[in-house]
Design a protein around this ligand. Sequence first.
Ligand code: ADP
Length: 467
Amino acid sequence: MALSPSLAVPMVAYELPVVGVEFDQSIVAALGALVIVVLVALSAFFSSSEIAMFNLPKHRLEGMLEEEITGAELVKSLKDDPHRLLVTILVGNNLVNIAMSSIATALLGLYFESGLVPVVLSTFGVTAIVLLFGESVPKSYAVENTESWSVRISKPLKLTEYLLFPLIVLFDYLTRQINRLIGSTGAIESPYVTRDEIQEMIESGEREGVLEEEEHEMLTRIFRFNNTIVKEVMTPRLDMTAVPKDAPIDEAIETCIQSGHARIPVYEGSLDNVQGVVHIRDLVRDLNYGEAANDELELADLIQPTLHVPESKNVDELLTEMRENRMHMAIVIDEFGTTEGLVTMEDMIEEIIGEILEGGEEQPIEEIADDTVLVRGEVNIEDVNEALDIELPEGQEFETIAGFIFNRAGRLVEEGEEITYDGVRITVETVENTRILKARLTKLEQPADDEPEPDDAAPLEADNDHE
Ligand code: ADP
């Protein structure tokens, strides 16, 4: 095998078959090398384009459009069809890389007799060159300069799309067909990070000690917030303090004071016809410092409009709506238009920052022992599950622990009754009229795996001590 270049091909002149011009071997080599350099540059251009275009987040592109950065429009139009864009880049990149390899093999062939040597040399040589200068360096550059680079390469990319038009149309069609055959959606751009990924990061953040427990809890609650509906946070109708429209103002003030609430709904006829809300501040101001004589003042004049919302409304939407309308209270109605309760800003904010207790207000969940809690009837099942690390069913037709007990018993329950569900003993502690005010939950020792789980087999019946 002749490895010495000078010995391998002693002739010095070549005739190009098409044009019939004779070329010196060194000129051919120099030209070939030049072409390879140009191809490496093109390869760098395509690789960096891929990174710049697909790493540019949507919100940044929108920002660039707002700032009217030249070229941003073109970047957007290219990104509007990500599949076509990727095909353009890939066709371009593969063309230049493969051309580079072929030219390198041909050039090396001028110096080596054996066909194998040029192939091996060009394979490894071109791979090294492409990896370093056609991929690694340009991609690193594009990662750091995504915005400015995407603007710069947008015009040449568009030009490439025109130049390689037939090839791009062909491969665009073929790849879509193949995607369809293998059942892929062909989605090229995935969100930069997904919700699940952020949630996992929050979990591992707490495990690793990067996040404080409080921060972790608040972040977790924020993620739960958009799945929470108004019904889960409202104050139910039974606890609503409201006044009739024809009540005198001083009576309304007294109602506010006695209930401890600053705002109360005003209704006409019944609670199902809430007209609006009055604030104690307006009542006191107008009664004591207003221009109208006291006997002319009517509650109706001080009513502020309120929102009526369905109980299934998402709290994040309602919070935005209430902030926009500068309202602090909304009335919750069911599908039949019956008033179900009321919800205030505080009820929704508590979902993120945790319970806000005032003065003598009791904790909704009181920890009695490691495995026992005393909970108020209106506490959401989700919160009880979290407190005791148990799994009572959520998201069914009941939201609260009182609702759950009522549902399992299938009838009104009395104080002292006990039910057991999925390893949790629930004792009804306080009942007022028909309403379960307090319940005690105890997590029982988990039964051994081979013992049958009675609750899974049949719907649970309350173990009624009183019957
Ligand atoms: P306030 O401080 O006037 O009580 P907030 O908006 O801070 O009002 O709400 C505190 C809690 O009291 C919330 O759970 C809310 O649903 C409830 N609440 C507010 N106003 C009333 C009312 N008129 N009747 C019944 N509950 C109310």
